[in-house]
Design a binder for this molecule. Structure first.
Ligand SMILES: NC(=O)c1ccc[n+]([C@@H]2O[C@H](COP(=O)([O-])OP(=O)(O)OC[C@H]3O[C@@H](n4cnc5c(N)ncnc54)[C@H](O)[C@@H]3O)[C@@H](O)[C@H]2O)c1
Length: 319
């Protein structure tokens, strides 16, 4: 094992739990930081043996002392900063959203600075961009102008800006990733969680209505976690931000695949697309890093098989 210790913020979340899973599998030392020490997503993904290899810290990202003490006590060398409130939670509580998503990011950079950590990875989002009508047709470039249409996107724009200033003023380099729609075990909350919720409902024999249509890039949570580990582990100078990409998939094809796996599935969908371009150009990410891109059909089938087995064991419930 290299002499490094990863801090994963928001580790009880979907991408966070997958990040713990992969770091443990890779034999890395890892400290989990979240409001709660344990959570249902980690219980689904990590065996009891694997959980023993993680140091679980309960802390509040909005509290600088909590964050700074964690860096200090655990001698953090690598950071994957994922903790945030997603779109509906920012909409419901804009003040808390700003505290977690913006002040929390400043706290992480400040703690990195105070503890001599010179690089970090953080989660941005395609929500920094605006409606498709604003942009030329085709995949949206990495450096297309920001035009967020909700507070969550505004906070993510701030996070990208914060990263630039910490590179400029403190020479802390960073890499931000912009996922689109993450799916997989553990994706049970947030605006774009419907495709995964539909998979779970179908496997449980319950009806589900996906609240949007159109086309998107769907990224498997397992791949997304590995991508975060990759960009956290291979520092590059600057405050670099990368679109994630992938094959553009119609939500109608997601529904069709669910029905192939579970022919009696009662999954319906709204025809209205999200107010975002269909796809994002990830050539900048590809230029510098290995890209994790399990085909959607494979990731979705694995997810549904996992749900089938969790349901049979009574380890998961449909919300
Ligand atoms: N899931 C997606 O499709 C998607 C798309 C684009 C960007 N992202 C970004 O990726 C990151 C991870 O997403 P996710 O789907 O795993 O989110 P999630 O909602 O599943 O998890 C977020 C985690 O952050 C934790 N958290 C919230 N407030 C906190 C606080 N004050 N202190 C410590 N922890 C706190 C929560 O407890 C939760 O475990 C987020 O930054 C999100 O904005 C996700």
């Amino acid at each position: 094992m290299a002499d490094r210790t990863y801090l994963v913020t928001g580790a009880m979340g979907c991408i966070g739990a997958w990040t713990l899973y992969h770091l443990v599998k890779q034999g890395e030392r890892v400290v989990s930081f979240d409001l709660q020490e344990r959570g249902h997503r980690v219980d689904l993904l990590l065996s009891e043996e694997d959980k023993k290899k993680v140091t679980f810290v309960s802390g509040d990202l909005t509290n600088f002392e909590n964050v700074n003490n964690t860096f200090k006590e655990h001698k953090i060398t690598h950071v994957i900063h994922l903790a945030a409130l997603q779109v509906p939670f920012c909409r419901a509580n804009p003040i808390l959203g700003a505290q977690v998503n913006v002040v929390g990011t400043v706290n992480i950079f400040e703690a990195a600075k105070a503890n001599g950590v010179s690089h970090m990875a953080q989660a941005s989002s395609v929500a920094v961009f605006g409606p498709p009508s604003m942009y030329p047709p085709g995949l949206l470039a990495n450096d297309a102008p920001h035009a967020p249409t909700n507070l969550y996107g505004v906070y993510k724009v701030a996070d990208e800006g914060i990263a630039k200033i910490y590179w400029q003023d403190a020479k802390i380099s960073s890499a931000g990733l912009r996922p689109y729609t993450v799916y997989g075990v553990g994706r049970d909350q947030g605006m774009t969680s419907d495709p995964t919720k539909a998979m779970l409902a179908a496997m449980a024999g319950q009806p589900f209505h996906i609240n949007f249509g159109g086309k998107q890039q769907l990224q498997w949570a397992s791949d997304t976690a590995q991508q975060f580990i990759e960009i956290a582990t291979k520092p590059r100078d600057g405050a670099n931000i990368y679109n994630m990409g992938g094959v553009i998939t119609a939500i109608a094809d997601v529904v069709a695949l669910i029905k192939q796996v579970k022919p009696d599935a009662q999954v319906t969908m709204n025809e209205t697309p999200l107010n975002l371009p269909d796809g994002f150009d990830d050539s900048e990410l590809r230029k510098h890093f290995t890209v994790y891109e399990t085909p959607f059909e494979q990731g979705a089938r694995q997810t549904m098989e996992a749900f089938r087995s969790y349901l049979a064991q009574g380890r998961i419930k449909v919300n």
